[in-house]
Design a protein around this ligand. Sequence first.
Ligand code: SF4
Length: 314
Amino acid sequence: MNDTNEPNTEIENAEAVADALAEWWHASARDLPWRFGRTTTWGVLVSEVMSQQTQMSRVVPYWNDWMERWPDAVALADAAKADVITAWGRLGYPRRALRLQECARVVASDYDNKLPRTYDELLALPGIGDYTASAVMSFAFGERIAVVDTNIRRVLSRVFLGEESLGGAARPAERALAKQMLPQDDASKCRRFDRPSVVWNQSVMELGATVCTAKAPLCEACPVSGHCVFLHNGRPGLGERRTRPRQRFQGTDRQVRGLVLNALRNLPEGATALNRKSLERLWDDHIQLDRCIASLDEDGLIEILPNADVRLPV
Ligand code: SF4
């Protein structure tokens, strides 16, 4: 693929691929609780924020509890920060929880507790980037818009161009390909989650998550194997990426930050803070520990009290 705004290939089998994927989607899509019109637009947004760096299957129990407790933006806007951080549990990257609450406050105060319906307004909300704004426009509102994430880029690049998408930031040509492949919507289909463009976005993404995975695609079980240029070409450069490999977790600041937050989430009944001794028991390298405590404080995820105890924010 070149780096211009246009993919350099004429796509001939687009309709056949879309049909095969739609059939596969209706037969095999994972039955996640925010799919198939079973939740609110706010519920879709919450699922997208939770799934950004966490596998969808792991998100389900957290999403269920969260939505039961805070079913809309107003409810989340009013929640105590400590409860929000605790409920985020082990989803990882807990700053997302606070950004989601900031987003809820804006939706509650500026939009009368309803998600705005335009891409630009969604993009302007705290913590919402291009991917999430597009995903909400498509999955929640049924609008015809190209959704571009790593899974979609990988599948489109393999099926239609016969090459690996190398990761990193999405290139203009990859965005153009996603736009080019988006099916037209049939106005007679009124259920928003059944529209061809929505089914397309969801099914391509689902294929990338469950079948056409980065390292070990299950080509023998793939509904579009008969149309896939990458498979036809012998899967050249399978698994090649231009991004660095995922960072190990053991020993990182992420691990230490997680230990501190987890200890705070699981304080015994009646306790509200961790004292210095308890903190030092969590991690032997106290320089690293202090760095992590300072960064959690900077991120607004904990508060440091005058006596050096730490607690979840109130
Ligand atoms: S045939 Fe293989 S490489 Fe092609 S889309 Fe299917 S799983 Fe991916």
